[in-house]
Write a protein that binds this ligand. Sequence first.
Ligand SMILES: [Zn+2]
Length: 452
Amino acid sequence: MGVTQVRRLHRGWQTIPHLHRRGISILALLVLVVMIWPTEDQGLEAAVYLPPELSHLDALNGGFLPGNFTEERLRERLRGEGMAAVQIDSSPYDVDTYEISSGDSLSGIFDRMGLGQTVMYQILSADESLLALDVLRAGHRLKFYKHPDTGRLERMELYVHAGYQVAYERFDDDSFEYEETLIEGDWPQRVIGGEINGSFYVSARGAGLSDREVAEITRLLEDSIDFRRQIRAGDTFDVIRAEQMINGRATGRTRIEAIRIHGHTKRSAFLFEDGNYYDEKGESLQRAFMRYPSNQRYRISSGFNPTRRHPVTGRVTPHNGTDFAMSTGTPVLTTGDGVVTRVENHPFAGKYVEIQHGSRYTTRYMHLDRILVRHGQSVNRGDRIGLSGATGRVTGPHLHFELHINGRPVDPMRAEIPMAESVPDDQREAFEKRVEELLLVVENSNVQYARQ
Ligand SMILES: [Zn+2]
């Protein structure tokens, strides 16, 4: 299982020197203990500390598991496990955890935790190039590490799910920096099939596919099949859906790997290793992306740069997108077909839109003057989604444009984007092998319904 840690801390570890004295093996034992610790033991006041360099283990365990042990209870547990000789340290911080419920706002949570709005804005500033805190959902958790004497917030962690965690670590008196942990885990496949009665939408939802997945399937096939006229009662479908699992827990992330519709009209789609969908003949099913989010090319005032110095704060802050010098009011276009997943107003990123293009690609458009789409809306490549502006923390009007592939920002001017081409000749063989594998998965599944 792959673990990617993206470090944005430049001297974070060194500020807590005594942590370095600890042996990794002891920590591994703590983690082992923590993994088998019953959940009702959580919520105790003093905590045993799992240092940042091992926080991915925390994430692997669903987060929060090590944070809330008293030293006494841990010693007791270690004795019970025959590990009494293991030396443990108490956390150097006071640790509080907070599980987000629907309706919670970040500022409300900061008030309730007695932290105040100044420190919240410092964290939001660090989050500007990530925007992970903009979509807090019920079930996400926050963990606060406060200095035991001053009560000052030294570190905050956000657990979205076992595969995604962000830590904000204090950098100096005024600022924080983020560190992102992404864990790929396993993606077991499941075949979901059914007979179509009524509409494809209703039947696919009934078989267990989500709204988003049905929309993605419809979008992939809509150019080659008319879902209203060419699908008839009794036609059947199979979908291979892979679901991200980390240590046996589902994170909620899924991806569609194959689609087959059989009946009066036969259609298939297969996800290839290049991240694009093709039909059985290897013809692309995805519409091409545009490189530029505008009708004409504008001057790039600041390129994608993971180690850029921020023009306003002067600190090293990754620039996760491309800035185009556009005067306020210039139409901003979505570079691909997709669904609007965010319409937000951030104190630093300004008014912005996020669009998801299938399970692999996401784009963001920031500092807009006006937003012309709403959350959940379907958009087609080239649609106007807003007008550029200078909202948020900016030195002047411009469009900040981001492209993410599999959750990672990439250089939008250089990244490989879907170009609606067929499978290249030198990858033909690999593609045919992939199709064979996927068809075998469908054949070997025990999906029960009448096949024609
Ligand atoms: Zn920018």
